[in-house]
Ligand binder design. Structure first.
Ligand code: ADP
Length: 167
C-alpha cells in the first residue's frame, strides 16, 4: 500500500556535511519525494517529536541532540517520501537504531556512532508506523509544503488571510 514516511536528517548529518550522500541513499528506494525543507529546531519541538519516549532514561539526551545542542547546529532537514511500503523501505535505508548494529551500507551503519556518554548519534530519524508518520508529518510540515495531500485539511482565516492547516 502507498503511504508517506517522514525522514529527518538530524543535526549531526548536517554538521558532517552528509546531506547529499544521505539523500542519494534514500533516492535509491525509488520513492517519490513529496516535501523537503530545512527548518530551525529547538528543545520544544524536539520534546514534542519524541514525546512517546518521555519515560526513557535517554529522553533528555535525545531532545538535546535533535535540538542541535551537541553539534551547535540548530536546524534539521525534514523530508517526506511517498510510495509503496515507504516506511519499511526508508527504515531499511536508515539501518538499525544502534549504529553499531546497523548494516554497514545503511546510513546509520556508514555514518553513525555511539558517543562516549552513550547517546546513539545515528544521523537520521524515520517514522516507525503510519500513525507515527501522520503525527510527525503534521508536526514538521504545513499542508502547503507538501505536493500531495494525504491527510484532511481545513481553511482558516488569520487577520483576513486564508491559510490551509491540518484539520
Ligand atoms: P528509531 O529512531 O530507530 O525509531 P527510537 O524511536 O526507539 O528509534 O529512538 C529514538 C532515538 O533515541 C534513536 O534514534 C536514538 O538516537 C536514541 N536512542 C534509542 N535507543 C537508545 C539507547 N538505548 N541509548 C541511547 N540512545 C538511544
Amino acid at each position: 500500500m502507498s503511504e508517506p514516511a517522514l525522514v529527518i536528517i538530524k543535526p549531526d548529518g548536517i554538521s558532517k556535511q552528509l546531506v547529499g550522500s544521505i539523500l542519494t541513499k534514500f533516492g535509491h528506494t525509488g520513492l517519490e519525494m513529496v516535501g523537503i525543507h530545512i527548518t530551525k529546531t529547538s528543545r520544544d519541538i524536539a520534546r514534542e517529536h519524541y514525546k512517546h519516549l518521555g519515560d526513557k532514561p535517554f529522553f533528555d539526551q535525545i531532545v538535546a541532540y535533535l535540538a542541535g545542542e551537541y553539534h551547535r547546529v540548530h536546524k534539521l532537514i525534514a523530508v517526506v517520501y511517498y510510495g509503496r511500503d515507504a516506511i519499511k523501505k526508508c527504515r531499511a535505508v536508515a539501518g538499525a537504531t544502534n549504529p553499531e548494529e546497523a548494516a554497514p551500507q545503511s546510513v546509520r551503519g556508514a555514518y553513525g556512532r555511539i558517543r562516549t556518554d552513550g547517546l546513539y548519534e545515528n544521523v537520521v530519524h524515520v517514522s516507525s508506523t503510519p500513525e507515527e508518520a501522520e503525527r510527525e508529518i503534521k508536526l514538521w510540515f504545513d499542508p502547503d509544503e507538501l505536493v500531495l495531500e494525504f491527510y484532511p485539511t481545513k481553511i482558516i482565516t488569520i487577520q483576513k488571510q486564508k491559510k490551509k492547516v491540518w484539520a
